[in-house]
Design a protein around this ligand. Structure first.
Ligand code: SAM
Length: 277
């Protein structure tokens, strides 16, 4: 009779705004509060599943804290290696950036592009309100908002990338809903009127996957004092960002849409609403 080897897996700390079951990706985890808005997750799992969870969560952090994944007993090295290789293979299947033929991107525009399906979903959450997109890059979010029926002012300081955004908006047939502005988003946000102030700040090519603080996202930090001019501020920030570094912000983890990234957090959607009075 063959004996199925199992491992006790404990993952912590997981912030309450994260769908922990989706992140963990396998059934059987039980959640327990840790205090401070964080939980831990525990399960007894067959070896292959335990190895898969450990490989997927390696080197990640959420809510500004490093994630720990403890396995008892520890896995053999060969099992760890196999799980990491399988994980690397799965990562190739990722949510699509732009799906339409004829779109154009430069290197930074490609790296920072919000996947088309997620940009459209975010646009739908805006429910037709007007949006000021501060730092529109090659247009991923601006096009998503416009496709969902919003009027958009899209600001970009890099003239060549702004031209790519205009071109891509034409490909998607939404250029007439977007006003493109070349310049500094801080100046434009101090002058323009819109319902939503949206910012997807540069994360930096090698952003910290364990913990990201507000100071590491200067465009967001500099725009925060202007948020009272708008009904809401929305930001797209790294999964490792600590939302408590932005006063009165709520966070939601947004997962991928492809099979290979359905259990991966692509970004945090940060929201703050204007205080009345
Ligand atoms: C992360 S990218 C935006 C990607 C975009 N949301 C998308 O999905 O395609 C951030 C952009 O902000 C621009 N940016 C940074 N600081 C800026 C500023 N002060 N004013 C205008 N644009 C700025 C950068 O040039 C970069 O293209």
């Amino acid at each position: 009779m063959s004996v199925v080897r199992t491992h006790h897996v404990r993952v912590h700390p997981l912030p309450h705004w994260l769908d922990a079951h989706r992140l963990l990706g396998v059934p059987g985890f039980v959640l327990e509060p840790l205090g401070d808005g964080f939980v831990s997750a525990q399960a007894q799992l067959p070896r292959a599943q335990a190895a898969d969870v450990a490989a997927r969560l390696r080197g990640l952090g959420f809510g500004g804290r490093r994630l720990c994944c403890e396995l008892t007993p520890a896995l053999d090295r060969s099992v760890v290696r196999g799980a990491r290789t399988a994980d690397a293979r799965r990562r190739r299947d990722t949510s699509v950036g732009f799906s339409r033929a004829g779109t154009r991107l430069d290197a930074e525009g490609r790296y920072s592009l919000t996947p088309e399906g997620l940009a459209l979903w975010l646009g739908e959450q805006a429910a037709g309100r007007s949006v000021l997109d501060c730092g529109c890059g090659a247009g991923g979010n601006a096009i998503g908002f416009a496709r969902a029926g919003c009027r958009v002012i899209a600001v970009e300081q890099d003239a060549a990338r702004l031209a790519l955004a205009k071109h891509n908006a034409l490909v998607y047939g939404v250029a007439e809903r977007i006003e493109f502005v070349h310049g500094d988003a801080l100046r434009v946000a101090a002058e323009q009127v819109a319902d939503l102030l949206f910012v997807d700040p540069p994360w930096g090519g090698d952003y910290d996957h364990l913990s990201t603080m507000l100071q590491q996202l200067p465009l967001l930090e500099q725009l925060l004092p202007l948020r009272q001019r708008f009904a809401e501020l929305w930001a797209k920030v790294p999964p490792s960002f600590d939302p408590s570094s932005v006063p009165d912000a709520s966070a939601r983890a947004v997962f991928g849409m492809a099979e290979g990234d359905a259990s991966r957090v692509k970004f945090l959607w940060l929201q703050t609403v204007r205080r009345s009075g």
